[in-house]
Design a protein. Sequence first.
Length: 277
Amino acid sequence: MKWMNQVWGLHAKPGTATRWMVGLLPFFLLMAVYMWGSHVRHLENEQDKLLPTPTQIAGAAYNAAFEENRRTGEVILWADTAASLTRLFIGVGLAALSGLVLGVLTGVFPGGKTLFHPFLSAIAMVPPLAILPILFITLGVDEVAKIALIVLGLFALIARDMDLSVRALPREQIAKALTLGAGAKDIVFRVVLPQVIPRLIDATRLSLGAAWLFLIAAEAIAAESGLGYRIFLVRRYLAMDLILPYVMWITLLGFLMDLGLRGLLKLWFPWYVASRN
């Protein structure tokens, strides 16, 4: 009971070891359930492909990570990872930049709000996957359409987040800056941006899951390389021994990207991190 109170109590402050143990518990339970299910299915059918054994998964992962593909001569895991991350970084970067610019324009300038706010509100309501066929028809099936899907799926949401962040700033700051002779450029670059950039990093972090979703969907439909392309290519063979490592690899990449952005926040904007704790 004491241990439960230390974890679940309203004022609980579990130590590092306790947090690790409790945090890893769901993963161990999920792994145990999978191992049990795999064992049962292989007792009934040794050739079962739905729940491959850990040995089968490890073998497929090793081949993907270290063996060259006979047709292309590439090591498929790293080739697919490079293709996907290139698309993802470009798409998320462009979405973050455009979202920041539009968010600041609508948050600082009344004319910007009048011009762009209705447009951003409408774009944010459009399901990005619904316009994927339009993008492929108009932009082709090359890299541009895949990157455009990520940008269109994220930039309006990031822009609205930036708009709200700008409007949440104390208006007294802008009034004092104007009193001291600051112009519009000074207001944007010396008052607004230093305070909303940390929120931009946070908004980008929260958008990573959606960015991966759009990327995988685009690669599944029209691509010749990429993590999503590989998953949907081998699904026709029921190659779960390869699909599962790819899914875990995507999950790890997403976690590392999130961890990296959180590290940047702590390094560059410690005051922002402290204000949230």
